[in-house]
Ligand binder design. Structure first.
Ligand code: DC
Length: 240
């Protein structure tokens, strides 16, 4: 829960809506910190792959994470993610992690542990833009502002293909679209913390917007709802 002087902004939505990039830029503009909760589920997927823990054994994954200690290094922007002192920031983006993480993220005992950890982070870092699938619906239902970012699956697939090709990786549009639809279905149909747009959340369809346009729109909406004294003043120098 946010402290009285805190400002928590949640951003949920499916993969490929640009949430991480938007959350980071929005946090910079508003003078807030940024929490990428997908990174925590990805770290659990790395535990499954690298340590041989079954991806559907949520108890064992939660126990390993508790033993080793999953922490963010808040001295960096965006914060780096460490598990037992090992920096996983790059490892969690590998292709094998993408494949396993949806299974891992369905496990209720793991979700309980990570939701608890996210609330503790919110307590210690109460000036936060936090992004994921359940931040406004489950983790911070009292957040000052809650957003739900969406885009047509075809648009998200096209963005992902462009991103992969720009990294020199081969990408097949049809395969990427199928993977996105599959991941949406898994995220939306799990019983614990499913991907939903909370009734009070502000829904933004990013299909026809560029990332800077999305950031501008969200900044405008947060400033309209949060007292100016709690946010960094609008400043051309930090705009990107
Ligand atoms: O946003 P992402 O692609 O890094 O998320 C990785 C996976 O974790 C994805 O399958 C959705 C899941 N996730 C979740 O279930 N709850 C969150 N709060 C964040 C991510």
């Amino acid at each position: 829960m946010s402290a009285p002087e805190g400002v928590i902004v949640t951003m949920d939505g499916p993969a490929g809506t640009g949430k991480s990039t938007v959350a980071l830029k929005l946090a910079q503009r508003l003078g807030l910190e940024m929490l990428d909760t997908g990174a925590m589920y990805r770290a659990a997927a790395v535990v499954a792959i690298d340590e041989g823990v079954a991806a559907d054994d949520g108890e064992a994954l939660a126990a390993r994470i508790a033993e080793e200690g999953l922490v963010f290094d808040w001295s960096q922007r965006p914060p780096r993610l460490l598990l037992g002192g090992r920096d996983l920031t790059e490892r969690i983006r590998d292709q094998d992690v993408n494949t396993v993480v949806s299974i891992v993220a369905r496990q209720a005992p793991l979700r309980e542990a990570l939701v608890r950890a996210q609330r503790e982070i919110g307590h210690r870092h109460p000036r936060l833009v936090t992004e994921g699938r359940d931040q406004g619906s489950v983790v911070f239902p009292d957040a000052a502002v809650r957003f739900y970012l969406d885009a047509h699956p075809e648009v998200r697939a096209r963005r992902r293909v462009e991103q992969m090709r720009s990294q020199g990786r081969p990408a097949d549009y049809e395969a990427v679209l199928r993977a996105i639809q599959q991941r949406d279905l898994l995220d939306e149909t799990r019983t614990d913390g499913p991907l939903v747009c909370p009734a009070e959340a502000q829904r933004i369809d990013t299909s026809l917007l560029t990332l800077p346009q999305v950031v501008d729109e969200l900044e405008r909406r947060v400033r309209a709802r949060v007292p100016a004294g709690l946010l960094a003043s609008p400043c051309a120098a930090v705009r990107a």
